[in-house]
Structures are given as structure tokens and as C-alpha cells.
Ligand binder design. Sequence first.
Ligand SMILES: Cc1cc2nc3c(=O)[nH]c(=O)nc-3n(C[C@H](O)[C@H](O)[C@H](O)COP(=O)(O)OP(=O)(O)OC[C@H]3O[C@@H](n4cnc5c(N)ncnc54)[C@H](O)[C@@H]3O)c2cc1C
Length: 338
Amino acid sequence: MKVNIVGAGVAGLSLAWQLVQQGVEVEMFERGTRVGEKACSWFAGGMLAPWCEAENAEPVVLEYGKESLAWWQNALGEGFVDAKGTLVFAQQRDKKELKRFARRTQAYEVVGHDVISSLEPDLASQYQEALFFKDEAHLDPRKALIRLTEVVQALGVKINFEQEIEPEDLLPEKVVDCRGYNAAKTVQSLRPVKGEMLLVKTNEISLSRPVRLLHPRIPLYVVPRDDQHFMIGATMIENGHGHQFSVRSMLELLGSAYALHSSFAEAEIIEMGVDLRPAFIDNLPRVERDNNIWRINGLYRHGYLLAPYMAKLAADSIFSDTHEIEKLADFKIKEDRV
Ligand SMILES: Cc1cc2nc3c(=O)[nH]c(=O)nc-3n(C[C@H](O)[C@H](O)[C@H](O)COP(=O)(O)OP(=O)(O)OC[C@H]3O[C@@H](n4cnc5c(N)ncnc54)[C@H](O)[C@@H]3O)c2cc1C
């Protein structure tokens, strides 16, 4: 069996990996000159944080997101997934935010100064209390995309770069549309949720794991990367178009990073990144089928968390040639019935 995939972002590459495991011949078409160049997936924080995300996501995100940790470890091999958990803080004046977050999540430990000192010594002087989600993990999305590309190519997947095509052009062969927000011309119910992120570098602070700072208006996360780089993210701007970074977003992100720890004041700004998260009305991703075209889209802010599960759903439907594909939106109804 041969399957074509249009788009080599996290959705397309996850599906390619899933299909080659099952012996399928896969050919990919990507408009960029290299992986990530034109992909929203390049700008992600890379947090595999299903328990934290459950704060404002449907229960299905937690249920299927949990499975992604093992999927990424298996697909990328050793050294790509850092399973050190997440620490969630609030400033003294926002203490009730920490309580609210705790009420809406599970699988955390309330930790005090001693544990904070052992986990993140540089934050210990500033915070007396935090929530520690020890089972969460993170990866560097850029390294992960490059690695996954190498892995699938080694397994025989042909990737054609600089090929901007419409999925319909590949019919009557089987084709999966993984174009992210660029599919909005065809998938009209998609909406863009603009995200802005910063990459900064400083030797003034070290972190070992993603850290979230709660705030009623401007929640922030900082994810450590190699070589004292830190990803600071991310804005969530509904129906935000364009790829410009606004002054307001810059002020808010940098202000929050400075509030997390004043040493970010001395950091060098290495990169400002902007892209559009593809989202449906319920913020849940979908696998849809229209004869020989399948579509994986709507990964919203859960690209790395849910692409593995969506890849499995799409691969199962392609294999069994079924139009009956699980809808994540139904999950809550099923759960309510239990
Ligand atoms: C600032 C920010 C932070 C985020 N943080 C996280 C996070 O911490 N964890 C998480 O899980 N998610 C996060 N996300 C969300 C995540 O990035 C998205 O959900 C995910 O990238 C969507 O993946 P995708 O493969 O559907 O789309 P994309 O990554 O956009 O991939 C689509 C690919 O298709 C290609 N393409 C498009 N049209 C064509 C065409 N006609 N022909 C050929 N190729 C085409 C594009 O060039 C691109 O490579 C974040 C997003 C942003 C913006």
C-alpha cells in the first residue's frame, strides 16, 4: 500500500512514522526547503504536559496526551525526551491562581522550599511553594522534527521538499492532508490562534525543566533548551492573523519572564517567533476522511501531545479502509456515561 502525505509538520511526520512501522510505502510533499521552515511545529514549546494542560482542556487531552510520552521516546530514541516534570509557580499576590490551578488538575505534589531548592535551585530564593507534576516531560521540538525526519527517511520515506501541492492533485492515490493552518482554504471550520514566542540566552539562570508562572491575565512558561537558551511562551491570540510580533506581546512575555526571575533582564533575545495554531471550535483535533483524502488537523496548542494519537487514528482508518473514525469530541460523552 502507498500513502502520500502533504505537509511535514508534527502531524505529517508522526503519521509517516506510524505508517512505516506497519510496512506502508510513504511519500511526503513539503513546501519548505527543509523541515520546520514553514511549520507551526517549529515554534512550539515542546511541553508534553497533559496534566497541566487539563487545567483548561477536555479530559480527552489528558487521556490520550499521556500516551504521547512513550510514543516520542520510542520514535526518537534515547536523549530526546526529558522526563523531569513541570513546576508551576505563582507570585505571592497571585497565590489564589495556584490554588485554582490545583483544583482543576491532578497528579501533582504541593512542594515547599526544600524540594524547590533541590529541583530548581535558582528559583528557591523567590518561591516558597509550587506544584510539581513529576510525570510530565518536554522535548526540543526542533531537534524532534529533525530527528523524526531522519528516522522516517532511514525507514524509506521519500520527502519531496519545495513541493507546494493540493492534496487533490495526488488522487486517485491515498493522500493525507497534514497542512496545518494552510489547509483553511479547504477546511473552512479551522480558525487561527496566533502564538508568539521568544528564544533568549542567559548564563544568569539555569533551569532543568519547564516552569510555568500563573497569572490571571498573562500566564507564562519557560522551557530550557541547550546552551543556556530558554523558550519563553506563548501568547494565545484568537483569530490573530499575520506573522508580526506585537509590542504588547513582547512587553507581556518579557515582563512575565522578568517576574519569574529578574535575571532574565540580562538575557539576549535570540529569536522572536510567530505562527498560527490550527484550531477547530472545540479546540480538539480531528481525523476526517473524504474518500481517498484523509485530513489530520486542529492540533491547536497540543501538536506534540496529540499528534501521535491522531497518527494512530488515521493509520487505523487507512488500514481498515473505514470511514468510522473516532471523534475526540465524543470522548466526554462516553466518559459521562461510565
Ligand atoms: C508559540 C507556540 C507554542 C506552542 N507550544 C506547544 C507546546 O508546547 N506543545 C504542543 O504540543 N504544541 C504546541 N504548539 C502547537 C503546535 O505547534 C501545533 O499544534 C502544531 O505545530 C500543528 O502541527 P501541524 O503539523 O498540524 O501543522 P504545521 O506544523 O504548520 O505543519 C504543516 C506543514 O505543512 C506544510 N504545508 C502547508 N501547506 C502545504 C502545501 N500546500 N504543500 C506542501 N506542504 C504544505 C507546511 O510548510 C508545514 O511544514 C505551539 C504553537 C505555537 C505557535
